[in-house]
Design a binder for this molecule. Structure first.
Ligand SMILES: Nc1nc2c(ncn2[C@@H]2O[C@H](COP(=O)(O)OP(=O)(O)OP(=O)(O)O)[C@@H](O)[C@H]2O)c(=O)[nH]1
Ligand SMILES: [Mg+2]
Length: 235
């Protein structure tokens, strides 16, 4: 037997490096309870926890809150909205005492004046760069628009501060199938030389469910293997 795959069905073969077992681990993790912990508006309000964390960052309206809802299978766990700038706090969700999910405020939204990356809440940036337990930041990009200069600025900051990030192309239900491959290829070209970028680009639709199982599997690989009570939730 050459490797562990001998004797298995072709359908069990790894998809993008993720095998059926990891997909199942993702499914099981996200079938568990997910509780809102708190919305932080200052660094001192961040939850005290040694759970690994994954954060969702991206421009306003890119679909961060909707993605959190799709992952957890809950319609309104995180507040999604048509109004850009809806999420203003850092919202923490505890997934089965094994992982924290963090819904971040979006950057780049301007109603009257251009809000630059510089002004993208100091809190969000301080959190991303200084959080020891941050396992990965998923950087969401609207698949219709691709990576914009403001996203590149954020990626520069992540590369400099060694914040590991993985690109997730959102709202793929809005683009044609053929365009998907082109957008993925274009995105991969941009990240290939970036030191802190995870090499695999993910594609999702929170509306239709595309890519959600795969993203769950990626996240599950970052979670604690066992239920791990955080300081604040210990009784
Ligand atoms: N077609 C489509 N629309 C989506 C999808 N995901 C989100 N949207 C829509 O995009 C809009 C913004 O979604 P949100 O999830 O609130 O975006 P956000 O990134 O959390 O926005 P901020 O909190 O303002 O930064 C809403 O109108 C959603 O319904 C998707 O997969 N497909
Ligand atoms: Mg939001």
């Amino acid at each position: 037997m050459i490797n562990g795959w001998a004797g298995r069905k072709l359908s069990d073969a790894p998809k993008n490096g993720i095998d059926e077992a990891r997909l199942e681990a993702g499914r099981l993790l996200f079938a568990r309870e997910c509780k809102f912990v708190l919305g932080a508006v200052s660094l001192s309000a961040l939850p005290v926890t040694d759970l690994p964390e994954v954060a969702f960052a991206g421009r306003s309206n890119v679909g961060k809150s909707s993605l959190l809802n799709a992952l957890t299978g809950r319609k309104s766990l995180a507040r999604a909205s048509n109004t850009p700038g809806r999420t203003r706090e850092l919202n923490f969700f505890n997934l089965d005492e094994r992982l924290m999910l963090v819904d971040l405020p979006g950057y780049g939204y301007a109603r009257t004046s251009r809000i630059t990356v510089e002004k993208w809440t100091a809190l969000t940036r301080a959190y991303l760069k200084g959080r020891a337990s941050l396992a990965r930041c998923f950087l969401l990009i609207d698949s219709r628009h691709g990576i914009k200069p403001i996203d590149l600025e954020i990626m520069d900051e992540f590369d400099e501060a060694a914040v590991v990030y993985q690109i997730v192309l959102t709202k793929v239900d809005k683009i044609k199938q053929a365009e998907r491959a082109r957008t993925i290829a274009k995105t991969q070209k941009i990240i290939v030389k970036r030191p802190a970028a995870h090499p695999e680009v993910l594609v999702v639709s929170s509306l239709k469910g595309d890519g959600i199982a795969l993203l769950r599997a990626h996240i599950a690989s970052l979670a604690c293997n066992e239920v791990h009570k955080s300081e604040e939730s210990k009784e």
